[in-house]
Design a protein around this ligand. Structure first.
Ligand SMILES: Cc1cc2nc3c(=O)[nH]c(=O)nc-3n(C[C@H](O)[C@H](O)[C@H](O)COP(=O)(O)OP(=O)(O)OC[C@H]3O[C@@H](n4cnc5c(N)ncnc54)[C@H](O)[C@@H]3O)c2cc1C
Length: 434
């Protein structure tokens, strides 16, 4: 019987590809709500940032492995990577942490970072001449090796590579996991009445994971996500940048910009994507939950709208209060240095956050044959070319002690607070409706 992967986003797609690479004879089904690449996946995006700057050495090491794949080692994804560099506003203490991490991994003096004062930054990058850098940033670091990827393109290429190796891609929405009388997971049923029996079931359904677990076994709290995972949405906006020396010319050779402080912690990926060479993507780092009552299990669970909603993908149909946040992000970064940037489209992009921002890549202790690969915590995409390798190691019981401990379903979740900690609910946003 097959290994069934539910969800063909970053975790699921990569897992499918690595399962086949590891064992060409194994039978793999990749089930997703839509033909690939699914526009509702967080991994399906205009672009995503690829960088190795992590305060946590474990993720920096993994991100360096992934960056090597993006920049040269993996021909499936290299065509989608753009090495523009990335510029971060940061504190001096955090810069030291990053330099120490790099040096521990790459050797003394090998941190690929250039430190700039805020004034030097404004001079070197005229598009940031009026950037407010508010909220505690002390300096900037320029990471020339970083950049962005055409996210949907790379996701599609990874799934295609998996399908070419024999993975069976099925379109269908998982409604409930199925269990035998011992509580062993035996497969999944879909909303259109089909059943997919499987030997191993990997749940990589991103933001929908806690809801799906609760729906599958409402009477069994041991199976539920509890406080381990929370679905949350972050607002992105594509700004059209007019031609000319105060418009697109300002973005020439611009790096990815990240300012994780102040009232509008934010990111901006400069124009250059195939789908919109004059569109800059600005993200407001402020995750909103959407708490809903799950009748079956009698609990509140944060979940994206379950009906097919245009808001899962790009739209102009969002409350003014959210649109104002995107405008504030634009103004915080560019003030009057870049002129005429007008909002073209918005998207609430859903991911699943864990309290410690570590992933969950783990057998589910409450059910044999059920495995979880989720919890991207708004930083998972860059690992697309490598994360499946670790999910396969988990399936085979071969994860390193550190990875197994850090990604376990049952672990001591020590909460951290970052700009990606969920801290508002969409239903409290004035004008929000579904
Ligand atoms: C606004 C935003 C910006 C981000 N920026 C970055 C970035 O710059 N760099 C970076 O590294 N990471 C970034 N991330 C994080 C990254 O996108 C996610 O961590 C990653 O995509 C998570 O992968 P996943 O496979 O868990 O979920 P997803 O990619 O969301 O995939 C889940 C898939 O499961 C499917 N699914 C769900 N339920 C079912 C069901 N019942 N039946 C069948 N299929 C189902 C979904 O339709 C979807 O296709 C960002 C995330 C967001 C939201």
């Amino acid at each position: 019987m097959a290994t069934l992967i539910i969800g063909a986003g970053c975790f699921g797609a990569s897992t499918a590809k690595f399962l086949k690479e590891t064992d060409p004879n194994t039978d793999v089904i990749l089930l997703d709500q839509a033909p690939f690449p699914d526009p509702a996946a967080a991994a399906h995006d205009f672009n995503k940032i690829i960088r190795a700057e992590y305060d946590d050495p474990m993720y920096m090491k993994l991100a360096l492995e992934a960056k090597e794949a993006w920049s040269q080692a993996d021909p499936v994804v290299t065509p989608f990577f753009h090495r523009t560099g990335a510029l971060w506003s940061i504190t001096a203490a955090r810069t030291k942490t990053l330099v120490d991490n790099y040096e521990a991994l790459l050797g003394p003096g090998m941190a690929p970072l250039k430190i700039l004062s805020l004034d030097e930054t404004r001079v070197r990058f005229p598009l940031l001449e009026s950037c407010r850098f508010e909220g505690g940033a002390e300096q900037c670091i320029l990471s020339p090796e970083a950049g962005w990827a055409d996210a949907a393109g790379a996701l599609q290429a990874v799934i295609k590579a998996a399908v070419n190796r024999g993975v069976r891609y099925e379109v269908g929405t998982a409604a409930k996991l199925e269990f035998d009388s011992d509580g062993t997971c035996t497969g999944v049923s879909t909303t259109d009445g089909r059943s997919f029996p499987a030997r191993r079931i990997v749940l990589s359904s991103g933001a929908y994971t806690p809801w799906l677990l609760a729906e599958s076994a409402p009477e069994n709290p041991d199976l539920h996500a509890g406080d381990r995972m929370k679905a949350a949405a972050v607002l992105m906006c594509l700004f059209k940048v007019p031609r000319g020396d105060t418009g697109l010319d300002m973005f020439k050779d611009a790096p990815v910009l990240v300012h994780p402080y102040g009232d509008f912690p934010a990111e901006c990926i400069p124009p250059g994507s195939v789908g919109g060479p004059d569109l800059a993507k600005c993200t407001h780092e402020f995750p909103y939950t959407r708490n809903a009552y799950n009748k079956a299990s009698k609990q509140e669970i944060s979940v994206p709208p379950l009906s097919k909603s245009g808001r899962m993908t790009w739209t102009r149909d969002l409350p003014d209060a959210l649109k104002a946040n995107s405008a504030n992000v634009r103004d915080m970064f560019f003030g009057n240095s870049v002129q005429g940037m007008t909002p073209e489209s918005y998207r609430l992009c859903w991911d699943i956050a864990t309290p410690d921002e570590d992933w969950i890549i783990s057998p589910h202790p409450a059910s044999e044959n059920l495995y979880i690969a989720a919890g991207g915590s708004f930083h998972g995409y860059k690992f697309l070319p490598v994360i499946g390798k670790y999910v396969v190691q988990m399936l085979n019981g071969e994860l390193s002690e550190e990875h197994a401990r850090r990604w376990a379903w049952d672990r001591d979740f020590i909460p951290i607070v970052t700009p990606y900690t969920p801290r508002g609910d969409l239903r409290d946003v004035p004008g929000y409706y579904e």
